[in-house]
Design a protein. Structure first.
Length: 159
């Protein structure tokens, strides 16, 4: 075979490999985007959405819920709820940011209770906790979101 033809075939091979890599990259990005979109769609049954929290948010409840949160939730969601727990980086998807006031305020108490109870991969179910403990965690999640909102507002008012 002629040297010139071999050189052209090698160049053509590199071009084909480069184009295939680019196409694969776009395909993976689309798959990742679709996966992220599906991850955000956590459908809660209508009946569960309507549940009312029988545990009022009090200092006593938050004091009881704090250790429950640290033991069961903080390793993924982070101690402050910002999805920065030490195990978060190893998960296939980022845990919910519990300091996102829009996300938390947009969820009913029943939705949060159902998600804590049922779990969804990679988040485990917490059925082993009593109903009262799970409702306390709902209160604690709301506390984290509210606290983060006020910290955020305070940080911007110091000019």
């Amino acid at each position: 075979m002629n040297t010139r033809i071999v050189e052209q075939l090698i160049r053509l091979s590199f071009i084909i490999v480069a184009l295939a890599s680019i196409a694969l990259g776009f395909s993976q990005k689309s798959t990742i985007a679709a996966s992220a979109e599906n991850a955000q769609q956590w459908v809660v049954p209508a009946q569960a959405q309507k549940l009312k929290n029988p545990v009022p948010i009090t200092g006593e409840v938050l004091t009881a819920a704090g250790p429950l949160y640290v033991e069961n939730c903080a390793r993924c969601h982070g101690e402050n709820g910002g999805a920065t727990g030490p195990e978060a980086k190893w998960l296939p998807e980022e845990p919910a940011n519990l300091t996102d006031a829009k996300l938390i305020k947009g969820s009913s108490d029943g939705e949060l209770f159902w998600k804590i109870t049922s779990g969804r991969d990679p988040m485990p179910s917490f059925r082993q906790l009593s109903d009262t403990q799970r409702w306390q965690l709902v209160d604690y999640v709301r506390y984290l979101a509210n606290r983060a909102q006020y910290v955020y507002l305070g940080a911007h008012s110091k000019r």
